[in-house]
Design a protein around this ligand. Structure first.
Ligand SMILES: [Zn+2]
Length: 343
């Protein structure tokens, strides 16, 4: 009798366990659909360690074949379009990608739809990274809204979206922007900061912090998903996008590990000056590891004023380190900003 009761209890427990695990996946969220898609991860230069790859006028060619990866797109709405919980993709240069039976065709880079899939996958991956750090769980949510990512001919020069920092526009000059995950995630960095501090980045220094954070997020998200690069420098941003406009190898749009200091190296341009700030973020990550560094860096940003200065933002970042991880972390963060001349 006791044995039979035990068996019954086990059976009931098993039923409950099934119910408990099945419930969230059984349609409680409209965003629980997935589909296969083909992407670069994060880009062919970094993935293949080949610095001699070129745009070749958007052609698909044999040397790129190994850089295409079949992945699972998550948080989709099930409509068969690239519409999901954190991003909806629009294109003004090609028809919309469509999935059939849970799979998008294996678009390659010569198809506009490839960039659409890239944009969807990497914005969603960046949001998943933030959630993996605890944002939206133990920590308050960061940018958990559905943004719009638009693929068009002119990218950031498109005046229509110029004033909307929540959304992203990726252009098609040289290597198409969305063919490099680090460009997509950089742009999402601006959306993240706008989500944390509406209108963030109204001055030179706050604008430089915005560019620096985008570069930092680009590197950490792609390393998290694709693994730390072994054939190219991890600190190099946009190894593939930059082949069209850089002559030196390795090709990098910018780097996180430069030697610029404040105020000696300030030139009054947000991307260039951002390399002062991003090196500090890089040093924090080297000292504390990816998870702690990224968590305190993002958490600190909630306290930034839209027109913050390097100094005020650095003090906010030290305070976040102290609050989350204590004195030794705060000391490491302070040292990183002191090395740049910011504190
Ligand atoms: Zn930017």
């Amino acid at each position: 009798m006791a044995h039979r009761n035990l068996a019954a209890a086990v059976a009931v427990a098993a039923t409950l366990a099934v119910a408990a695990t099945a419930a969230p996946a059984a349609g409680s969220s409209p965003w629980d659909h997935t589909a296969a898609g083909t992407v670069f991860s994060p880009n062919p230069v970094q993935d293949l360690g080949n610095e001699s790859l070129t745009d070749a006028k958007d052609a698909d060619y044999a040397a790129l074949a190994a850089a295409y990866h079949r992945v699972t797109l998550t948080h989709l709405d099930g409509s068969g379009t690239l519409t999901g919980q954190y991003v909806r993709v629009k294109s003004s240069t090609g028809s919309a990608a469509r999935s059939v039976n849970g799979a998008f065709p294996a678009y390659h880079r010569d198809a506009d739809q490839f960039e659409q899939v890239m944009g969807y996958y990497w914005v969603t991956t960046a949001q998943e990274y933030l959630q993996h750090l605890g944002f939206g769980g133990a920590l308050r949510p960061v940018n958990q809204r559905q943004i719009e990512l638009r693929v068009d001919q002119y990218g950031g020069d498109n005046s229509f979206f110029r004033d909307n920092k929540a959304n992203i526009t990726v252009g098609k000059g040289g290597v198409d922007d969305a063919e490099d995950a680090e460009v997509v995630v950089h742009e999402y960095g601006h959306s993240v900061q706008d989500g944390q501090v509406p209108g963030f980045g109204t001055t030179l220094e706050s604008g430089a912090i915005g560019e620096a954070f985008g570069d930092y997020l680009a590197v950490v998200v792609t390393s998290w998903r694709a693994g730390t690069p072994t054939k190219t420098p991890e600190a190099c941003v946009a190894d593939w996008d930059s082949v069209s406009y850089t002559r030196t190898v390795p090709h990098c749009l910018r780097r996180l590990d430069g030697t610029k200091t404040y105020p000696a190296d300030v030139v009054g341009e947000v991307h260039a000056d951002g390399e002062i700030w991003s090196r500090a973020l890089w040093d924090i990550r080297t000292a504390l590891g990816d998870t702690k560094a990224s968590t305190l860096i993002v958490e600190a940003q909630f306290a930034f004023a839209p027109d913050t200065t390097f100094r005020a933002a650095a003090l906010d970042t030290v305070a976040a380190a102290q609050r989350l991880y204590g004195s030794s972390a705060a000391t490491a963060v302070t040292k990183a900003f002191q090395a740049r001349g910011i504190l």
